[in-house]
Design a protein around this ligand. Structure first.
Ligand code: FES
Length: 326
């Protein structure tokens, strides 16, 4: 498993309708591992899923990356919650202890960009808030489009409005409100701008479509749920395949209905993992030989044709065999 930290909840604040922020500090008062804008932590919850496993959920850090004594996360009340966000919202109190991972960043900010365009939907504002804080520190220009149903649901809005950026709120739940015109947003962005999006799947998919002609390395998305396309691929008939562990000098068979991660754990191979949903990046493994079939949201967001690494919790093999650096 990834490195775990023990933290204490030191503040809990209502930020908007259905959104709270939680301030976490090391239980022993020591400094916390540093993080970059866009990073997230895994939060281990005392809530079990339908299979009896404890839930692990990913939350972006939204405070200033310069702070070393605390992490702040935003938690939205998810109507489709499988128990994680509801437990954090309804049960967790100031003074309670939590186990979390060290920060990991699948959504890093390009700090050298001449201009950055940030598109947030709902609770997806959290990594973009950390980016805004960092861009302010760097003195770089940026534009933030912030989509929410109504102003009452837009967490951190006043703070963002006070920043030296162009902040464009988009409230499609107000009378006469319209969804964000992503085609215009992308068309208006300077050619060298880096573009970022985090929010609900519908917004992310529309953003990727609108930005499809921009250079891939300038388009950044952060998924916190498996993609619909990946889930669809998952549901399609799977093929069995074999894996060779180059360092362990072991060959294993991955049957239909089991993931590479399942097979590794059964064989007693220690491999870091967390979400098991293809969204956190913890189980990333180097591929030495063979072609992976990516079904995760981490590498699909970066470049679908990456063949030297894969998330073994959900991704499979395009051919009959893979050799992994394990
Ligand atoms: Fe999270 Fe594999 S365990 S991506």
């Amino acid at each position: 498993m990834s490195t775990e930290l023990n933290v204490k909840v030191t503040a809990r604040t209502g930020e908007a309708l259905g959104v709270i922020s939680l301030e976490l500090r090391a239980a022993d008062g020591s400094p916390l591992p540093p993080f970059g804008a866009g990073a997230h932590i895994d939060v281990h919850l005392p809530v079990r899923d339908a299979q009896g496993r404890f839930l692990v959920r990913q939350y972006s850090l939204c405070n200033d990356p310069a702070e070393q004594d605390r992490y702040v996360i935003g938690v939205g009340r998810d109507p489709n919650s499988r128990g994680g966000s509801l437990w954090l919202q309804d049960q967790l109190q100031v003074g309670d202890l939590l186990h979390i991972s060290a920060p990991r960043n699948n959504f890093p900010l390009d700090e050298s960009a001449a201009h950055s365009v940030l598109v947030a939907g709902g609770i997806g504002i959290t990594p973009l808030l950390a980016m805004s804080r960092r861009l302010r520190t760097l003195g770089r220009p940026w534009t933030l489009y912030y989509c929410a149903r109504t102003p009452e649901r837009a967490a951190f809005l006043e703070e963002l409005r006070a920043m030296p950026a162009r902040v464009v709120p988009v409230f499609d739940g107000l009378p006469g409100g319209e969804p964000l015109d992503l085609g215009s947003v992308i068309a208006d962005a300077p050619a060298d701008a880096h573009l970022y999006c985090c929010g609900p799947a519908s917004l992310m998919e529309a953003f990727e479509l609108a930005a499809a002609r921009r250079p891939r390395q300038q388009v950044h998305v952060e998924w916190f749920k498996p993609r619909a396309a990946a889930a669809h691929a998952q549901a399609q008939s799977e093929r069995p395949f074999d894996i060779t562990l180059a360092r362990g000098r072991m060959m294993l068979h991955v049957p239909v209905g089991k993931s590479i991660l399942d097979v590794l754990i059964e064989a007693g191979v220690a491999i870091p993992h967390s979400c098991c949903d293809g969204v956190c990046g913890t189980c990333e493994t180097r591929v030495i030989e063979g072609v992976p079939e990516h079904r995760d949201a981490v590498l699909l967001g970066e470049a679908a044709n990456i063949s030297d690494r894969m998330m073994v919790c959900v991704s499979r093999s395009a051919g009959p065999h893979l050799t992994l650096d394990l």
